[in-house]
Design a protein around this ligand. Sequence first.
Ligand SMILES: Cc1cc2nc3c(=O)[nH]c(=O)nc-3n(C[C@H](O)[C@H](O)[C@H](O)COP(=O)(O)O)c2cc1C
Length: 169
Amino acid sequence: MEFIDVINERYSVRGYLDKEVEAEKIEYVLKAATIAPTGVNYQPFKVYVIDTKKYKDELSEIYGANWFTEAPYVLCVVALRDKAWTRPWDGKNIADIDATIVMDHMILAATDVGLGTCFIGAFKKNKTHQFLQLEENEEPVLFTPLGYGNAEPRDTPRKQLDEFVVYID
Ligand SMILES: Cc1cc2nc3c(=O)[nH]c(=O)nc-3n(C[C@H](O)[C@H](O)[C@H](O)COP(=O)(O)O)c2cc1C
């Protein structure tokens, strides 16, 4: 797919078919994570690939929407804060930015091969720590289901360029 088609066709898929995803498609999506840029190339992240059917109860406690557990897989990107670059002069740790870029790469790759996804930020962090047995400096940043979509996009109007572009000239 052309790049512009990929970014136009991605939308938050809030309904999935009970249909297996081919192994090569999962690999394609995960490989996109390895291409993602990270600060100083430290690559301070992990990607958890969760078997939805096996862990439906745990996942439902993490994020309650029914459609969250419909696809065969749920992905979670975890930021490794102690392995990320920190801006020395003001202490900003960029692990969450790195993790977000990783998730975006995977989500766009999934779109490219006809799979549906949805960024999920409104999950329960404590439940996630318990389920994935994370250390304190490991921060779950985003989830997404990964599977064949079974829902139309919502109406999500976007701002016009002149509403957010600020030229400093
Ligand atoms: C960082 C981030 C977190 C999000 N978290 C959620 C979420 O927890 N639940 C949900 O249903 N959608 C979530 N969304 C999806 C947004 O609501 C959606 O991207 C936005 O409404 C635009 O719609 P579109 O993705 O269909 O273009 C999130 C999106 C982003 C970028």
